[in-house]
Design a protein around this ligand. Structure first.
Ligand code: S3P
Length: 666
């Protein structure tokens, strides 16, 4: 049976990453108070918030409507810690500009492995010429120490069309109150110029660059962050690759320096209409309505490259399905992004069976309609994960992705959104659940009554399978920690109050588990601490909180293979999990195991009897929740060791995964 992909519905993509960074940073240096709506709470923007906090700016949590109050440049202090920019080039280069312009301020910028490899001399050269001092431990890249100074003005001709270079220079000039002019080979995105000008700076747009005049006095302005066109592009591409249907993408930023990707995809055939176009806060926004069409190859070069720079990996993936040969040239900047996007895209296209070739400054892709199958290595690059994820959502393609969670850098919730966009109503006889088709994850859902050993068995199973365990309890703890931090007495906590802070909690991946991040950080000690432990059950009984945690667990399962345990996992959270296990054991045995764990010694029979009574009573209370899903496999563990239970589940999971059961190594 031929399967087809229909798309449908409204896809709200999160806030624009470039504008989100600048909303925090420019408000912080302008001073005053600004309301920022719909900021992108992604890992990269958390990095900017973190660096600003380290420099003394009280950036609040990244909620959908935050108010940032800052005393402006004067509030900046030399940090006592490293400025950890994570994966974010924009954070590093723009913040380095700000620090460079402040005499007396010194900061050392560090980042993850990918960011540490990216070139920083491209900003150090102009900023040093202005008078700042840069020290590199390794010639280029991070760690990079920036010592600020009272700078001189500059007129700089950049070799690269890079908004980060341009912004670093303009922000350094603003920071020192001097004039700067930046010329660039082709125009890069201009959000810095627009926002500085909205805050009262005099910014001149030149035919080949931008100038900021000396001595402006800035004042923060409110920012409504529009949806990110670079994130929307994935769903325009999804519509392009579909066989039917239509997607609606509201409030997308249509700044002309950002719309190259849409132009290219339109040229390749996707039907794209803009409705309700308007200007909000100096940026044009509109609703995109996109539908599929036959795709043809195209060429991308020259000025269009900068306008589509972040979308080019996606264009290359769409080209794999277009008739003819697509050529992208003049794009050597792609080599210094989160990964070398020329070699990584070509290697991955080849790995899934596409005819693709590297050029020094671009790539060539020859399209086909052959099914594509293989494993994608993202190098932690969010845009690669999403571009190949879109290609993987096409029925018939079987594409696995090594690190799906890296999408959190710019698009938390991407896999969920993709799954929803592809759950179109199918015409009879077709299967359209393409996201689950392409992203078919190994989800092992383990349920069972109290003290059945779900949690420890799940962790062990995850380890044996080499996949991640979802610590759903930790998500309740994260919300509890935020409630504790609010300072309100626990008796006054309400469901609405607790959930109001939930936007601060996102998914984080460690090697072996999916954990909550609060404002982008682990906070393990706080989450396990006594204050949280004492109150977590108060939060965990709130129905809307349970629903919220269930959504996070689903999100985890959509982004990576998982083992997950809990009371309603197989029935409510993952009714379609490919493997559901229901662990049971005789109450006496469960009571005995629980006591061994608690007392760390052999319990007496009378102790076991008391505990058994308690468990039986609890079973009766839980009867509705702990009924097994009819498709679950029940394992009676009464006479099994934990290792035996684990091995049984692992064998079942390997069978589901279609692989032979490897010998035990643990
Ligand atoms: C960005 C500028 C671009 C872009 C990046 C975001 C920005 O980088 O690729 O995702 O917000 O200024 P370059 O300036 O290196 O081209």
């Amino acid at each position: 049976m031929t399967v087809s992909l229909r798309v449908s519905g409204t896809v709200r993509v999160p806030g624009d990453k470039s504008i989100s960074h600048r909303a925090l940073l420019i408000t912080a240096i302008a001073g005053g108070e600004a309301r920022v709506r719909d900021i992108l709470p992604s890992a990269d923007v958390h990095a900017t918030a973190r660096v600003l906090r380290a420099l003394g700016i009280p950036v609040p949590a990244l909620t959908s409507e935050l108010v940032l109050r800052s005393a402006g440049l004067a509030a900046l202090r030399t940090p006592t810690e490293w400025l950890d920019c994570g994966n974010s080039g924009t954070t590093t280069r723009l913040m380095a500009g700000v620090v460079a312009g402040r005499a007396g301020l010194t900061g050392t910028f560090v980042g993850d492995a990918s960011l540490s490899r990216r070139p920083m001399q491209r900003i150090a050269r102009p900023l040093s010429q202005m008078g700042a001092e840069f020290t590199f431990e390794r010639g280029d890249g991070l760690p990079m120490q920036v010592r600020g100074a009272a700078l001189q003005g500059i007129s700089w001709r950049s070799e690269h069309a890079s908004a980060q270079i341009k912004s670093a220079i303009l922000l350094a000039a603003v920071s020192s109150g001097v004039e700067a002019t930046v010329y660039e080979p082709t125009r890069s995105r201009d959000h810095t110029e627009r926002m500085l000008s909205a805050c009262g700076a005099t910014v001149e747009v030149l035919p080949d660059g931008a100038r900021v005049m000396a001595g402006a006095s800035l004042r923060a302005v409110d920012v409504d962050v529009p949806a990110d066109p670079s994130s929307a592009a994935f769903f325009v591409a999804l519509a392009a690759l579909a066989h039917g249907g239509e997607l609606v993408l509201p409030d997308v930023c249509l700044n002309p320096t950002r719309t190259g990707g849409f132009d290219i995809l339109q040229r390749m055939g996707v039907q794209l209409r803009v409705d309700h176009e308007r200007v909000v806060g100096g940026e044009t926004i509109g609703t995109l309505v996109v539908a599929p069409n036959t795709l043809v190859a195209t060429s991308v070069r020259g000025d269009e490259v900068a306008r589509a720079i972040d979308e080019l990996p996606l264009v290359a993936c769409v080209a794999a399905r277009a008739v003819g040969e697509t050529r992208i040239t003049d794009a050597s900047e792609l080599r210094v992004k989160e990964s070398d996007r020329i070699s990584a895209v070509v290697a991955n296209l080849r790995a899934i069976g596409v005819d693709a070739e590297e050029l020094p400054d671009g790539l060539v892709v020859r399209g086909s309609d052959q099914p594509l199958a293989g494993h994608v290595i993202t190098h932690g690059d969010h845009r690669l994960a999403m571009a190949f994820g879109i290609l993987g959502a096409v029925p018939g393609n079987t594409i696995t992705i090594d690190d799906p969670a890296c999408v959190d850098v710019s698009f938390p919730g991407f896999w969920d959104t993709l799954a929803r966009a592809t759950q179109a109503r199918a015409p009879a006889g077709t299967s359209t659940d393409a996201a689950s088709n392409a992203l078919r994850r190994l989800i092992v859902a383990i349920d069972g009554p109290a003290a059945s050993g779900k949690s420890s068995t799940s962790q062990w199973v995850a380890k044996r399978l080499g996949i991640r365990h979802v610590d759903s309890g930790a998500f309740y703890r994260a919300l509890t920690a935020l409630a504790v931090r609010s300072g309100l007495a626990p008796e006054q906590w309400t469901e609405t109050g607790v959930l109001a802070e939930a936007g601060r909690v996102s998914l984080g991946l460690t090697e072996r588990s999916v954990v909550p991040l609060v404002d982008g950080e682990r906070h393990e000690e706080e989450l396990r601490g006594a204050a949280v432990t004492a109150q977590v059950s108060r939060v965990a009984v709130m129905p809307a909180v349970r629903a919220w945690v269930n959504d996070r667990v689903r999100e985890a399962g959509a982004s990576t293979d998982v083992v997950v345990d809990g009371r309603d996992i197989g029935t409510t959270v993952f009714p379609d999990a490919p493997l559901k296990i229901f662990l049971i054991a005789d109450p006496w045995e469960r009571a005995r195991r629980r006591l061994v764990q608690r007392l760390e010694r052999k319990p007496t029979d009378s102790e076991i009897a008391v505990e058994t009574e308690e468990l039986v009573a609890r079973d009766a209370r839980d009867a509705t929740q702990s009924r097994p899903d009819p498709s679950a496999i029940t394992i009676d563990t009464t006479s099994l060791t934990q290792e035996e239970q684990v091995e049984r589940i692992v064998a079942l999971a390997e069978a589901v995964r279609g692989r032979p059961h490897p010998p035990s190594t643990s």
